[in-house]
Design a protein around this ligand. Structure first.
Ligand SMILES: [Zn+2]
Ligand SMILES: [Zn+2]
Length: 362
């Protein structure tokens, strides 16, 4: 369905190998439909790191953008500048620096056609406050006919609507909670990204906090939208797990640790079982979902075993802390902890790390 290249991913030893001065974790993915060429248009999902990082990745693996389908592969490897000139749209979950750093810094030197900057209303407002001729020059606009500004602000609808990104690819966006501050709740976004010709999707979460600790739990809405699609049209999920288990709940700063990720996957499994039970008992899934929305405190099904058979979860955003053992970076530790917690649950889900420089076929 899609080919995705991991340009930047928090944690892991690679990040420090690439640049001695990386302090922030930076998150950045590039993807396209599998049956199209990279030349046909690329979507940048988050933009914490960019061309400079990609250049170093390509020095290590010049064929990173060679797709398994030879007919779509160029003889000459792409340069990082060529790849970024082919980006048609940036899809951003929230405006924290580790997700937009490269987007801001490179906005003045972007090549190729004008690029859409697609995000929720508040995220665009946050970015407008950066592109305001004070922190950074104004390099983005809302005007479709304004080619002088390389970035075109494009507001995403929330819940249930699909917005087109590039031909054959559209996105359905949901707000998720990513902590709170003096201004109130701070939202990030989860994206259902769909290949329109087949209806197949993958689910990508921006940073998020656990629903069980949130003042404004919203992730359950994403799981309810996902449940009827699993696994036939949705079997790949990208989600964060920033901290190891040793982190206390009051110092999560709007992120997950393994216990919370597992609780979230159980919430999804529970919704999947409810949908399947409703279908089995002859009721259609749609009235069932409406009923659940009005009454969210329904008892969870008792047996969740196998509910997530065929689902692969990619774990990302594992934060590097200086207290981890050198030979076992936090990502390895966090993945081990998640797997240990999940083993007894037998949900059927497969857990994989997201590694910088990897190409993932979804
Ligand atoms: Zn964040
Ligand atoms: Zn982040």
């Amino acid at each position: 369905m899609f080919d995705l290249v991991v340009v930047g991913e928090g944690g892991g030893p690679d990040e420090t190998n690439l640049s001695a001065c990386v302090v922030l974790s930076r998150h950045s993915y590039l993807f396209k439909p599998s049956d199209a060429s990279w030349d046909d248009g690329i979507i940048a999902l988050e933009a914490g790191s960019g061309q400079g990082t990609l250049q170093k990745l390509l020095q290590r693996d010049p064929h990173l953008f060679n797709t398994p389908d030879q007919s779509l592969t160029r003889a000459k490897p792409y340069t990082a500048a060529e790849v970024y000139s082919l980006v048609r749209c940036f899809l951003i979950s929230h405006a924290h620096l580790d997700h937009v750093n490269s987007l801001v810094l490179s906005a003045g030197s972007l090549r190729g056609p004008r690029k859409r900057l697609c995000a929720a209303k508040q995220t665009l407002a946050d970015l407008e406050s950066v592109f305001a001729d004070r922190i950074w020059p104004n390099l983005a606009s809302w005007n479709e006919d304004d080619d002088d500004h390389k970035l075109l602000y494009t507001m995403l609808g929330m819940n249930d609507t699909y917005d087109p990104l590039i031909p054959n690819v559209s996105v359905c966006s949901f707000p998720v909670s990513h902590g709170h501050n003096e201004g109130g709740n701070y939202d990030s976004t989860a994206f259902f990204i769909r290949y329109d010709p087949t209806g197949h999707e993958f689910l990508f979460f921006g940073d998020l906090e656990p629903d069980t600790l949130s003042l404004s739990p919203q992730t359950i809405n994403v799981w309810r939208a996902a449940a009827p699609k699993i696994p036939a049209s949705l079997c790949t999920i990208f989600i964060e797990c920033s901290w190891p288990s040793s982190r206390s709940d009051d110092t999560l700063y709007g992120h997950l640790k393994p216990e919370h990720l597992v609780a979230e996957l159980e919430a999804l499994a529970s919704e999947v079982v409810k949908v399947r039970n409703a279908l089995q008992s002859g009721a259609s899934a749609r009235p069932m979902r409406k009923k659940q929305r009005m009454n969210p405190i329904t008892a969870p099904p008792s047996d969740l075993r196998g509910a997530l058979d065929g689902v692969q979860v990619f774990v990302m955003h594992c934060k590097d802390t200086l207290d981890g053992a050198e030979d076992r970076p936090n990502q390895t530790l966090i993945i081990e902890q998640i797997k240990a917690l999940l083993e007894v649950k037998e949900l059927g889900v497969e857990i994989s790390p997201v590694r910088q420089g990897a190409r993932i076929r979804i």
